[in-house]
Write a protein that binds this ligand. Structure first.
Ligand SMILES: *Cc1c(COP(=O)(O)O)cnc(C)c1O
Length: 395
């Protein structure tokens, strides 16, 4: 064999006896077939077989298998981001003339997708109050194909009655989809509560280190899986094995990270609830929160993300006072090791419900830093807030 060919053909070495605990990263577009007949029959390899890198590698299938287990799903799919998972969870099931209902508190890009792309496809789009099942029922139409939920709602943390929504959907021949990013598959199992489709932004808690984007769709039934798989293939959407390996690595510590963030966030939420500069702490794990009874019934725990609202006189000072923070990072997303804050507009993302509070809510994600130092940092922010409110008052 000439050197040129030797450069191209890579010798196979045995991996026998090498049994690491981590999952190998299998990169590949082309899959080699043993003969022409095997190539011709590649379509018969089924869901667990391999035919082309886009449709799955041992690395991505390993992550999908872990998701199947934790979600109680018949099949899971990986996508390049959480929002890609949301989009691909609904697109295969909608055609012109159909109707979709979305909770008013869904992740804002999902609202945008519905109002722009779905409307352009001729799909009728409607939003409902996630805390009012009668409102949901009254908006159902014979053409309703999907009810799309997120519980707790993005930023404002409303808890939905998912089993009841599933009943309403199924009585009308519609599917129930749930974006489960806040809870993760450890704290809520939407498929076991009657949902047909569940999405996760694995980017957040599951990957857990703010260094990778990935999403998943898990489904209850194989016929739904077939529709999603076909649409993903036609759109050419798959996930990188390198990214899947990072998510698998993060997954191993999800349980302890989540329990820690929940415990610290709960203590912070309790202490902040009485603060004179804060109007409400939106966190379903607080017994005083409106959705707490449903939360206790359906969830196995909370995550470390909660939201603060402020009185009218305080709200305008919140964003500048964030500059007093030294440990919390100001930035989008959450669920990583670093604690984050993000000022969030609410009113612009609501249409079926009224937002009666000042329009800056502060989302807080508790990470893994020392609890006392984080609390000191929050105090720095609250002191700065207090000073700028007092300055105005002194006029
Ligand atoms: C962040 C987020 C997403 C999107 O995840 P990306 O991976 O950033 O696209 C979807 N849903 C919810 C509820 C989120 O918070």
């Amino acid at each position: 064999m000439s050197d040129l060919t030797s450069c191209v053909l890579t010798p196979k070495v045995s991996s026998k006896g090498f049994d690491p605990l981590g999952v190998a990263v299998h990169r590949g577009s082309t899959i080699a077939f043993e003969d022409a007949a095997a190539y011709a029959a590649r379509g018969d390899r089924g869901d667990s077989g391999y035919s082309y890198g886009l449709y799955g590698t041992p690395t991505t299938r390993t992550l999908e298998a872990k998701l199947n287990l934790l979600e109680g799903a018949s099949r899971s799919f990986l996508l390049p981001s959480g929002q890609a998972a949301n989009a691909l969870a609904v697109l295969p099931f909608l055609s012109g003339g159909d109707h979709i209902l979305l909770a008013d508190t869904v992740y804002p890009p999902m609202r945008d997708l519905a109002q722009n792309d779905l409307v352009r496809m001729g799909v009728a789009v409607d939003f409902f109050d996630p805390t009012d099942l009668d409102d949901l029922k009254s908006r159902m139409r014979p053409q309703t194909r999907i009810i799309w939920c997120e519980s707790p709602g993005s930023t404002t943390m409303e808890i939905m009655d998912i089993p009841a929504a599933a009943e309403i959907a199924h009585a009308n021949g519609a599917l129930l989809g749930v974006d489960n990013t806040w809870a993760t598959p450890l704290n809520l199992k939407p498929l076991s509560l009657g949902a047909d489709l569940v999405t996760e932004a694995l980017t957040k808690y599951v990957a857990g280190h703010s260094d990778v984007l990935m999403g998943s769709i898990s489904v209850s039934r194989t016929d739904l899986a077939a529709r999603i798989k076909a649409t993903m293939g036609r759109m050419g959407i798959g996930a990188s094995p390198d990214d899947a390996a990072l998510v698998l690595r993060g997954f191993e510590t999800l349980g302890v990270r989540l329990r820690h963030s929940e415990a610290v966030a709960t203590r912070f939420a309790e202490r902040l609830a009485d603060h004179p500069l804060i109007r409400r702490v939106l966190f379903p794990a607080l017994p005083s929160s409106p959705g707490h009874a449903l939360f206790k019934r359906d969830f196995l725990g909370a995550s470390g993300v909660f939201t603060l609202t402020f009185p009218e006189t305080v709200a305008p000072h919140v964003t500048p006072a964030l500059d007093a923070l030294k440990l919390f990072v100001i930035g989008a997303s959450w669920g990583g090791t670093r604690s984050l804050v993000a000022p969030m507009p609410v009113a612009a993302n609501r249409s079926a419900t009224a937002w009666a509070e000042p329009d800056i809510a502060l989302r807080i994600s508790v990470g893994l830093e020392d609890e006392a130092e984080l609390w000191d940092d929050l105090q720095r922010f609250l002191d700065a807030l207090d000073q700028s409110v007092a300055k105005v008052r002194a006029g």
